[in-house]
Design a protein around this ligand. Structure first.
Ligand SMILES: [Zn+2]
Length: 323
């Protein structure tokens, strides 16, 4: 603003030259920002934590989704857009979850390579129970047609792969490869850091596995379909989800279905999530007389400010509910 104001002064010619220089240096912005480091935008905190650890100090890694927000929708403020501008690479989960990332990076006007990690990690299909309301509708239709209850319903691919540490290790492999494309001289460093991260994931996985094997109860109701990979890896059963469409309150009819599923399955506990309004979970917990706990699929907040702390804090919650 100050520059624009000074154009009207007697020294306008010199000011215009200054403006031209400023414009040129802004055009070179991606290279200049954060020293001469290429910038990488990462959609959600767990991937961001892995990316910054693999990148070390060679890349300027920025987190796009502010901690505390749901991973399923995001509209950045202009200030948040500025942080992302000039990215050369964007890393997303994919599988229909964080489409907002490509929209945002393309809006910054820079040439960005967007890499979706999820599709390369053998994504699991969501179960009938995790698809929830949609599946309940289909079952009802099948019944009213005089048809049989469908047995082999498989939902869409589950995007929440990051809650499985072994898949996170593979995600870091993809990151190291992508980082080497934008910073070939860093390849050896990325490779070494990726290997280190992989070892840390093995340790974490072993630790969670050992703890989870001691839990006496194994059936849970989660808030949205976020915990499928964790459940599969550590042998928990998800009897139902409270909000199949995260952020959209379940209908009264669907709540009845969830209550029936809780009874049928003898689920041990419900789990709300800090990013979403817990009211529907409280209603169901009260009606089903089940204890309500909280797990966090995304983290990035105090106490969950590393990937390991996020998974261990969730493991603590499951342990309190299921041991
Ligand atoms: Zn989710």
């Amino acid at each position: 603003m100050r520059y624009a104001g000074s154009v009207s002064t007697a020294r306008s010619r010199r000011t215009i030259t200054t403006l031209a220089v400023l414009a040129l240096s802004l055009a070179g912005c991606p290279k200049r920002s954060g020293g001469s480091k290429p910038r990488v935008a990462v959609s959600i905190f767990p991937l961001y934590d892995a990316a910054r650890r693999v990148a070390g100090d060679r890349l300027d890694v920025v987190l796009v989704l502010p901690p505390g927000r749901s991973e399923h929708s995001y509209d950045p403020t202009p200030r948040e857009m500025t942080r992302i501008a000039g990215s050369q690479l964007a890393l997303s989960v994919g599988l229909g979850m964080d489409e907002w990332l490509s929209r945002i990076v393309r809006n910054t006007g820079s040439e960005v390579r967007v890499v979706e990690i999820g599709p390369s990690l053998d994504p699991r299909a969501m179960t009938h129970e995790e698809v929830g309301e949609e599946a309940a509708d289909e079952a009802r239709e099948a019944q009213s047609d005089g048809g049989h209850e469908e047995e082999h319903h498989h939902g869409p691919k589950d995007p929440h792969f990051w809650l499985d540490p072994t898949r996170m290790a593979r995600a870091a492999d993809i990151m190291a490869r992508e980082f080497s494309r934008i910073d070939p001289q860093g390849a050896a460093s990325f490779e070494q850091r990726r290997a280190q991260f992989g070892r840390e994931m093995t340790t974490l996985d072993t630790q969670i596995r050992a703890r989870s094997e001691r839990w006496s109860k194994r059936t849970i109701v989660t808030f949205h379909g976020s915990m499928g990979y964790y459940a599969e890896r550590y042998r928990l059963t998800i009897a139902a989800v409270i909000e199949p469409f995260p952020g959209r309150e379940p209908t009264a009819r669907y709540i009845t279905e969830v209550l029936a599923a809780v009874q049928r399955s003898h689920a041990a506990a419900l789990f709300s999530e800090p990013q979403l309004d817990r009211h529907p979970a409280e209603v169901i917990a009260e009606q089903a007389r089940l204890p309500l706990f909280e797990v966090d699929p995304v983290g990035g907040t105090p106490g969950r400010d590393s990937y390991e702390r996020l998974l261990l804090s969730n493991t603590d919650a499951f342990e309190r509910a299921l041991r």
